[in-house]
Write a protein that binds this ligand. Structure first.
Ligand SMILES: NC(=O)c1ccc[n+]([C@@H]2O[C@H](COP(=O)([O-])OP(=O)(O)OC[C@H]3O[C@@H](n4cnc5c(N)ncnc54)[C@H](O)[C@@H]3O)[C@@H](O)[C@H]2O)c1
Length: 332
């Protein structure tokens, strides 16, 4: 049974704590958060220990693996320290907001052999995964276009947004990864436009709340990602793959599968899931299972550190394109 330490017990860390505690293949040993009350609350709920330093996890020889779910700017430091301590790492996305820091971290952990997985949970969503497998199995012939719709129900608070790194690196990072996952081919060119259509205060901090991103692979296939920080009908997450022999669509699941037909509407369905914790619940559980399996089998897990780095390269290119109005070429 893999013994875990958890860094960060905020919005997503608390959910991961519950998932780890409920997973029969692992044991959540201890939780550290700089906000001691957050660690204590999660620990009490999950029958784990709240500890008062990162070292208490890193130096605990009973702990095999760490889940890094703390604030983004702590990820690289904690990855490096965990790898030095010989702990397998499952780290939330993004690895960091600064590509130079990610590159330095890559060098620091190179050759360690310690398993590192990045928390691109959407790869484990049953519908998105089935679409990816069908694409790879050639069910729609050669993939020509991929269209990702990614709309949040409402923008996060300005406190969060002002340190988030911007829409391309904070929000669209999942979509960049999902696009790479479905294609299995790298993108070589990125063009993006962003607008402030939801909240002028988001523009005032130099960010955008609405964006369209177009990317091209070396073989000429195209991907379009459309992101909004506000969506009147809930959390809208759809993937459409179009190929020479057909189309695959991963649509929005609803909490219940009942359609209502009436004189004013046909096939009206219940509202969408509110946000990511509900919509992607299965995927957060599955990513831990995949990590545990890889660590137990002594192989590197996937998505790997390099997937996190590649997604950030695309995010930076999109940000640059939106700023300059020019398409940006991308290489390794
Ligand atoms: N995969 C996903 O779907 C998903 C969704 C939301 C957030 N995230 C990512 O998860 C991370 C956390 O996001 P969140 O929404 O939970 O943020 P949050 O602000 O709610 O929580 C972050 C927590 O980290 C703690 N923290 C800060 N520095 C720390 C340190 N050095 N050691 C231990 N704890 C520390 C904070 O006190 C806070 O409790 C971010 O990197 C974010 O991008 C991923």
């Amino acid at each position: 049974m893999l013994q875990f330490g958890l860094f960060g017990a905020g919005r997503i860390g608390r959910m991961h704590a519950r998932n780890l505690a409920a997973n029969p293949r692992v044991r959540l040993v201890s939780i550290y958060d700089v906000a001691a009350a957050a660690a204590s609350a999660a620990a009490a709920e999950c029958a784990a220990a709240a500890v008062d330093s990162a070292q208490a996890i890193l130096g605990d020889s009973s702990i095999d693996a760490v889940f890094i779910a703390s604030a983004t700017d702590t990820h690289c430091d904690l990855i490096e320290q965990s790898v030095r301590a010989g702990k397998a790492v499952l780290c939330e996305k993004p690895i960091h907001l600064d590509l130079n820091r990610v590159n330095a971290c890559r060098e620091a952990v190179a050759g360690s052999g310690v398993p590192i997985q990045i928390g691109f949970n959407r790869r484990f969503d049953p519908s998105h995964l089935a679409l990816q497998r069908a694409v790879r199995a050639g069910k729609i012939g050669t993939l020509e276009k991929l269209i990702l719709t990614s709309r949040d129900p409402a923008p996060p608070g300005l406190d969060y947004l002002s340190v988030s790194g911007g829409l391309f690196r904070d929000m669209a990072i999942h979509d960049f990864d999902l696009a790479r996952f479905v294609f299995g081919e790298e993108f070589v060119e990125v063009a993006a436009m962003g607008s402030v259509l939801v909240d002028a205060r988001i523009g005032a901090i130099g960010d955008v709340d609405t964006a369209m991103i177009t990317m091209k692979t070396a073989s000429g296939a195209l991907c379009c990602i459309n992101c909004s920080r506000r969506c009147a009908y809930g959390y809208d997450q759809r993937v459409e793959a179009f190929g020479a022999q057909g189309m695959l669509v991963s649509t929005n699941p609803t909490p219940a599968h009942v359609e209502r037909w009436s004189g004013s509407a046909t096939a009206a369905r219940p509202p969408l899931h509110h946000f990511f914790i509900e919509r992607y619940a299965d995927s957060y559980v599955a990513e831990v299972d995949a990590f545990v399996e890889a660590v137990e089998q002594g192989r590197q897990p996937s998505p790997a550190f390099e997937d996190g780095r590649r997604a950030l390269i695309l995010a930076e290119a999109a940000g640059e394109s939106a700023k300059t109005g020019r398409a940006v070429s991308v290489s390794g």
